[in-house]
Design a protein around this ligand. Structure first.
Ligand SMILES: *[C@@H]1O[C@H](CO)[C@@H](O)[C@H](O)[C@H]1NC(C)=O
Ligand SMILES: *[C@@H]1O[C@H](CO)[C@@H](O)[C@H](O)[C@H]1NC(C)=O
Ligand SMILES: *[C@@H]1O[C@H](CO)[C@@H](O)[C@H](O)[C@H]1NC(C)=O
Ligand SMILES: *[C@@H]1O[C@H](CO)[C@@H](O)[C@H](O)[C@H]1NC(C)=O
Ligand SMILES: *[C@@H]1O[C@H](CO)[C@@H](O)[C@H](O)[C@H]1NC(C)=O
Ligand SMILES: *[C@@H]1O[C@H](CO)[C@@H](O)[C@H](O)[C@H]1NC(C)=O
Length: 296
């Protein structure tokens, strides 16, 4: 009777430890996505790309002439204008929202994907919209992506990665146009064929090109930005997810906290097994003593 009870406790304890270990493993694979290097189809004709909106999934993107999706993005954000030309907005914050790309008629998407056989080529996405605040303003945000072969820091192996290497904003006011280029603050990159996702918000500072009209605008990307400019799955979906550094660091801290809980559980478990066994041994040697009240 008492032995089965003891066994049952032990089984529960072991199961708890197993579940803890499993959830740790799951978190680990989420942090370090698998690397894949599939062969890309060969195609060398000049392509035409069209845009599409997918309100049910809140995403937009580009399709090639064969109607295959080749770029996917879910992006919400706003522009904070600090300075445009001679106008300084520092004292009164000037914020202009980017319309919801997937539903708004006020935003247009265009661009091109990288030819499927050439990873060195760029992919580009343009987002154009009429300012919500001042109907005389038109914004044109250009995101340029490139894929490069880089050496992995940890293994020294060559790895194909894509990255957002240029962001520029063109602000058209009547006949004037001011262009600002991105200062890389947000590191948006991932292994090729993987999608980039960030569960934290990101800022990209856009300043006027050297010698041009001054501009200082912050592009604030809302959390849960998701983008895949290369290697969209043939079914039209995102590939494996690659988390931005900030989210990865944050979940590492959270998982370490989780690990501490498991370690505490193991210690408590061992302690309680020790107690049970201790009582068992005691009972064997002192069979007359009633030491089981605690467990009954
Ligand atoms: C837009 O431009 C027109 C013509 O220059 C001007 O009359 C109007 O006040 C401007 N609107 C805003 C909101 O600046
Ligand atoms: C990737 O290639 C582009 C042009 O091909 C270059 O401008 C960029 O600096 C490269 N990035 C890295 C990280 O090597
Ligand atoms: C804009 O440019 C066009 C021709 O380039 C000109 O006819 C028009 O007057 C200009 N408008 C303003 C407000 O400067
Ligand atoms: C982005 O900029 C805003 C305003 O300057 C700031 O409040 C926010 O903390 C910044 N976010 C990040 C992730 O740097
Ligand atoms: C801007 O251009 C000038 C002259 O061409 C150069 O001396 C200066 O270093 C440049 N500044 C930056 C920030 O590139
Ligand atoms: C842009 O404006 C912000 C806010 O006023 C300021 O902190 C930053 O230094 C400015 N950057 C440049 C390059 O002027």
């Amino acid at each position: 009777m008492a032995v089965t009870r003891r066994l049952r406790l032990l089984v529960i304890f072991l199961a708890t430890v197993r579940i803890g270990a499993c959830s740790l493993l799951l978190k680990d694979t989420e942090r370090k996505p698998r690397m894949i290097y599939p062969h890309l189809a060969v195609k060398r004709n000049a392509e035409h790309y069209s845009s599409f909106k997918d309100p049910s999934y809140g995403r937009v993107g580009l399709k090639n002439s064969a109607q295959k999706i080749c770029l996917l993005v879910e992006m919400k954000g706003r522009l904070v204008l600090h300075r445009v030309g001679a106008t300084t907005y520092d004292d009164k914050e000037y914020i202009d929202d980017i319309p919801d790309l997937a539903v708004s008629n006020n935003a247009a998407i265009s661009g091109h994907c990288s030819p499927e056989d050439d990873r060195n080529k760029d992919a580009e996405l343009y987002i154009e919209w009429l300012s919500e605040r001042n109907r005389n303003f038109t914004y044109r945000l250009a995101l340029q992506f490139t894929a490069n072969k880089t050496k992995q820091k940890t293994t020294g192996l060559d790895e194909w990665r894509w990255e957002l290497y240029d962001v520029s904003l063109e602000l058209k006011h009547l006949n004037h146009s001011i262009v600002g280029v991105g200062k890389k603050k947000a590191e948006i990159n991932a292994p090729i064929l993987q999608s980039f996702i960030c569960k934290d918000s990101m800022n990209v500072t856009l300043v006027g090109r050297n010698g041009s009209t001054p501009m200082n605008v912050t592009l604030q990307l809302a959390k849960n930005m998701k983008i895949q400019p290369f290697g969209v799955l043939s079914a039209g979906g995102y590939g494996i997810t690659y988390m931005c550094k900030k989210t990865r660091d944050r979940s590492l801290v959270e998982s370490l906290r989780g690990q501490t809980t498991v370690v505490m559980g193991v210690i408590l478990g061992i302690a309680s097994v020790g107690v049970i066994m201790g009582y068992g041994t005691k009972r064997q040697f002192f069979p007359n003593q009633q030491t089981y009240q605690v467990f009954q």
